[in-house]
Design a protein around this ligand. Structure first.
Ligand SMILES: *[C@@H]1O[C@H](CO)[C@@H](O)[C@H](O)[C@H]1NC(C)=O
Ligand SMILES: *[C@@H]1O[C@H](CO)[C@@H](O)[C@H](O)[C@H]1NC(C)=O
Ligand SMILES: *[C@@H]1O[C@H](CO)[C@@H](O)[C@H](O)[C@H]1NC(C)=O
Ligand SMILES: *[C@@H]1O[C@H](CO)[C@@H](O)[C@H](O)[C@H]1NC(C)=O
Ligand SMILES: *[C@@H]1O[C@H](CO)[C@@H](O)[C@H](O)[C@H]1NC(C)=O
Ligand SMILES: *[C@@H]1O[C@H](CO)[C@@H](O)[C@H](O)[C@H]1NC(C)=O
Length: 422
C-alpha cells in the first residue's frame, strides 16, 4: 500500500482533532459548575469566584467541591444530622430531593418501591443526585408535580429545611430574623414566594459544597457508580440508629400506617395482620450497607463514615467534629452555635420546632425515649428479627421489661467503627 506524506499528515491531523475534541468534551463535563453555556453566560456567574473556570482557556480544573451524602433511613435522626450540615455557611443543603422521583414513579407508599423496576428507579435517583451535585436544580423539573412553569415551583419538598433555599439570593426577604437557626415551615413559603429554580441553581454554585440527605437509597452499594464518578468527590455519611428506636419513632410519626402496631403496643398482643416486613428490610439494608462499608472496598476508600445516631445525640460536639473532619471541612461557628442551642438537655425548655420532622433540643432524651414507649413484647420481636443488625452495630438486647425501662443501663455499646482516615 502506498502512503504519501500528505496522507500521513492528514491522518495525524485528524487523529489530533479527535483527541482535542475528546479532551474538550471531557473537560467540559468535568468542570462541574461550568457545564453548559447558560451557566457561564449568566451575569451572576460571570461575576462569581468561579469566573476563571468559565473562560474558554486551558485552566486545569481542580474541583475543591465536596459532595456530601447523608445516607440514612426514615426516622433515624437524619433531620437532626442534616441540620449539622445545613448550618454550615459554605454548604448548599437539600433535604430528600429523591422524594419527587419516587412520587413520579409511583404516588403510592414505599411498600411498592421493591416491586417497581428497581434498577430504573435507582438509576433515576443517581441521575438526579449527580445533577444536583453539579448544581443543576432544573433537573428536578422532570419529577416535581405539578410541573414547574418558567422554572418556578411551589411544590419543592421540604424547601424550608434548606437554609440556602430560604435566604438571599433565592429569597429576596433575606433571612428570617426570628428563626434563622431552625427551619420554619410557614415563614419561608409565605415570605419568599414560589421557588425560582434558576436562582436556586445559582445559589448552589455560589456555595463551595453540596450536601444532600436521602432516606430512599436502600444500600450503599447502590451508590457505587457515584463514588466512582470522576466529576464527584463523594463523601458518604451512613447514619444508623437502633432499629427499636426507629420503629418507635415511626409509630409516633406515621400513626395511620402503624395502627396495628399501636394496638399491639397497647394490648401486649400481636395482631395477626401486623406488617413486619418494613422494619425487617430496614434492618437488612442497614446491616448490608454497614458490612459493605466496614469491609473497605476500594470504591469506598476514604468515602464512607458510619455514624450511630446515638453517639451523635449523646456527644454532639465531639461527633460533629468527627463528621466535619471526615468530609474535610472546618466546622464553622454557626454549626457550633446551632449545636449549643439545640442539644442542651434542659427538659424545661420546650422545643420551638413543633412539627412532625422536628429535631429537638434534648437530643439525649430523644435518642432513648423509645425505651419508655415500646412494649417489651414488641421489643423482643424486633430483637429476633434484627438480631444480626443489633450485634453488628453494637446495640444490646434486653431480656426483661425491667431491663428495658432502666435507663441507667445503657444499651449502646462503646464502639469505634473505623479511623476517620483510612
Ligand atoms: C396518583 O394516582 C392516582 C390514581 O392511582 C391519580 O388519580 C392521581 O392523580 C395520582 N397523583 C399524582 C400526584 O400523580
Ligand atoms: C428566576 O430567576 C432568574 C435569575 O435571576 C430570572 O432571570 C428569572 O426571570 C426568574 N424567573 C421568574 C419567573 O421570575
Ligand atoms: C435550664 O432551664 C432553667 C429554667 O428554665 C434555666 O434557669 C437554666 O439556665 C437552663 N439551663 C441551661 C443549661 O440552659
Ligand atoms: C405504647 O404504650 C405505652 C403505654 O403502655 C404508651 O405510653 C406509649 O406512648 C405507646 N407507644 C406508642 C409508640 O404508641
Ligand atoms: C440471630 O438469630 C439467628 C436465628 O435465630 C441465629 O442463627 C443467629 O446466630 C443470630 N445472630 C446473632 C448475632 O446472634
Ligand atoms: C439499672 O441498671 C444499673 C446499671 O446496669 C444497675 O446498677 C441497677 O441495679 C439497675 N436498676 C434496677 C432497678 O434494676
Amino acid at each position: 500500500m502506498e502512503c504519501s506524506w500528505k496522507t500521513v499528515l492528514l491522518l495525524v491531523c485528524a487523529s489530533l482533532g479527535v483527541q482535542y475534541t475528546a479532551i474538550r468534551t471531557l473537560r467540559d463535563s468535568m468542570s462541574g459548575p461550568c457545564q453548559g453555556v447558560y451557566r457561564c453566560q449568566t451575569r451572576y456567574y460571570r461575576d462569581s469566584k468561579w469566573r476563571a473556570l468559565c473562560d474558554d482557556s486551558w485552566v486545569p480544573i481542580e474541583s475543591p467541591r465536596k459532595h456530601i451524602l447523608l445516607f440514612a433511613t426514615t426516622r433515624s435522626g437524619s433531620s437532626f444530622t442534616g441540620q449539622l450540615l445545613n448550618q454550615h455557611p459554605g454548604i448548599f443543603y437539600i433535604f430528600e430531593p429523591l422524594y419527587h422521583v419516587q412520587q413520579a414513579f409511583t404516588n403510592s407508599s414505599s411498600r411498592l418501591r421493591r416491586t417497581l423496576d428497581r434498577r430504573a428507579l435507582l438509576g433515576a435517583y443517581r441521575d438526579l443526585l449527580l445533577n444536583l451535585y453539579t448544581c443543576d436544580l432544573h433537573f428536578m423539573e422532570n419529577y416535581i408535580r405539578p410541573e414547574p412553569q418558567d422554572h418556578i415551583t411551589s411544590s419543592f419538598f421540604r424547601r424550608s429545611s434548606s437554609h440556602a433555599l430560604c435566604s438571599s439570593p433565592v429569597c429576596s426577604e433575606g433571612e428570617n430574623p426570628a428563626a434563622s437557626d431552625s427551619p420554619d415551615e410557614t415563614w419561608c413559603p409565605k415570605k419568599c414566594g414560589a421557588l425560582n429554580l434558576t436562582l436556586a441553581s445559582m445559589s448552589c454554585l455560589s456555595k463551595g459544597h453540596v450536601a444532600i440527605k436521602t432516606v430512599r437509597i436502600p444500600e450503599v452499594g447502590d451508590l457505587r457508580t457515584l463514588t466512582e464518578d470522576p466529576r464527584l468527590d463523594l463523601k458518604i455519611i451512613h447514619l444508623v440508629r437502633d432499629p427499636r428506636a426507629i420503629l418507635a419513632s415511626r409509630m409516633m410519626a406515621f400513626s395511620d400506617q402503624f395502627r396495628a402496631w399501636k394496638i399491639w403496643n397497647a394490648t401486649g398482643r400481636q395482631p395477626r395482620y401486623v406488617d413486619l416486613s418494613q422494619i425487617t428490610s430496614t434492618c437488612k439494608d442497614m446491616a448490608a450497607s454497614a458490612e459493605t462499608g466496614l469491609q473497605r472496598p476500594a470504591w469506598l476508600r476514604g468515602r464512607y463514615l458510619l455514624v450511630r445516631y446515638e453517639d451523635l445525640a449523646f456527644n454532639p460536639k465531639h461527633k460533629a467534629t468527627e463528621v466535619y473532619r471526615f468530609v474535610g471541612l472546618e466546622m464553622e461557628d454557626r454549626v457550633r452555635t446551632w449545636i449549643a442551642k439545640n442539644t442542651n438537655s434542659n427538659a424545661s425548655s420546650p422545643s420551638e420546632w413543633n412539627y412532625r420532622y422536628s429535631t429537638t433540643r434534648d437530643s439525649r432524651a430523644t435518642a432513648e425515649s423509645w425505651r419508655l414507649r415500646l412494649g417489651f413484647d414488641i421489643v423482643r420481636t424486633i430483637q429476633n428479627l434484627c438480631n444480626d443488625t443489633l450485634a453488628l452495630l453494637g446495640y444490646k438486647q434486653v431480656h426483661s421489661a425491667a431491663e428495658l425501662r432502666n435507663l441507667s443501663h445503657s444499651l449502646v455499646e462503646h464502639r469505634t467503627f473505623q479511623p476517620v482516615t483510612w
